[in-house]
Structure formats: C-alpha cells, structure tokens
Write a protein that binds this ligand. Structure first.
Ligand code: XMP
Ligand code: MG
Length: 184
C-alpha cells in the first residue's frame, strides 16, 4: 500500500488499484464497441464520479463529449434520504443525444432512478447507466446498471472518488472505514 495518512482509517482494502485499473479498461473497451459509430455524451454525477470518470473516458477512447451534473441526497450521512435534488445542472442541450451516465456507486438507486427520468425528460435519445460499484442488496428503486464494475457487499466504502464527510476521495483504492471513524 502506498504512503498515506488516510490508510490508518481503513479497516480493509476491498478493491486494489490494479483491480480497478484492469476492470475500468474492460469497461472502456465495452463502451467503445457499443458507441464507436455513435456520438455519445458522457454525463458524470459529481462529486463521486470524478476519479472513475477520468479513467473511464480515457479507457474508452471514444469521440465524445464530457459533461457533469451534481445531485445531492446524502447530506453527509451514510444513508440516502430518498430525496434527490440537482445542485448543478447540465450546461448543454442533450436533446436527441445518447447519454452515458457515469456514477461511482449504485446503492438505494434513488439517485440514478431520478436522473434517468430527468435526462429522458430533457430529451435524451438513450440512457446507458455505467457504475463503478453496485450494491444490489440495498436497492429501493427499480433500476439496474447497463454496465457495472464490481458488486460490493453492504458496507460503506470510500476511496477512488467515494467519500465519507468529503474525505478519502483521493485514496487510489477502495476500502472500508474502521467503525470508530464514524463515531468520531
Ligand atoms: P443511491 O442510494 O442514490 O446512492 O443509489 C447514490 C450516491 O450515494 C453515495 N453513496 C456512497 N458513497 N460510500 C460512499 O462514499 C458508499 O458506500 C455509498 N453508497 C452510496 C454515492 O455518492 C452515490 O453516488
Ligand atoms: Mg455519487
């Protein structure tokens, strides 16, 4: 494990840098095959997507646009409130576009369920949901990812874009926090 003063807060490593790198390349290859003759627009869901998105768009090497949207539903807790609001909207028209939504994790499904409907209402032609992590055991809304990197158990995970109270996003791997970190 590389040097970091964040490592001391981690109970265990769930996905190493190497595992993430290899899987994201496979996902990029899949997207390339699916969209090579199209003109897709990647829409990343901030803030959690930023590390995965950077790697995924470079792995896919598609002629494409890159956009971002910010939503909030967690308010610094570890559980979804169920209410999703857009805190930064798209800056470009998506009418008639093939949209690749990029998320860090599909958990309750509230965020992506809301976003899929929102993007369709804005005139998107198709929505492809791509998530790095999937926690199917926690699903509250009927949504499945079109492409998912890894299925993870029902544990709160951090790193590689994912945060706890806005910390740990810059860890190069995905891990589970020690319980005492939550009670601090
Ligand atoms: P939902 O529940 O709407 O979750 O599918 C989507 C958003 O919630 C955040 N999330 C997590 N963040 N570790 C995190 O750091 C987790 O285990 C976790 N589960 C959900 C995440 O931002 C995701 O986009
Ligand atoms: Mg997110």
């Amino acid at each position: 494990m590389a040097k970091s003063n964040m490592n001391q807060d981690i109970l265990k490593v769930l996905l190493s840098e190497e595992q993430l790198h290899q899987r994201i390349q496979e996902m990029g290859d899949e997207l390339f095959e699916k969209f090579r003759d199209k003109d897709p627009m990647f829409v990343g869901v901030l803030n959690g997507c930023f590390v995965f998105m950077a790697d995924l768009v470079r792995a896919a090497q598609l002629k494409s646009e890159v956009e971002f949207i910010s939503v909030s539903s967690y308010k610094n807790a570890t559980k979804s409130s169920g209410v999703v609001e857009i805190t930064r909207d798209l800056q470009r028209d998506i009418t008639g576009r093939d949209i690749i939504v990029v998320e860090d994790i599909l958990d309750s499904g509230n965020t992506l369920y809301f976003l899929r409907n929102y993007l369709l209402a804005k005139g998107a032609r198709s929505i492809t949901v791509v998530t790095l992590l999937d926690k199917p055991s926690r699903r509250e809304k009927p949504i499945v990812a079109d492409l998912s990197g890894f299925e993870v158990p029902d544990e709160f995970v951090v790193g590689f874009g994912l945060d706890y109270c806005q910390q740990y996003r810059n860890m190069p791997y995905i891990g589970v926090l020690k319980p005492e970190v939550y009670s601090k």
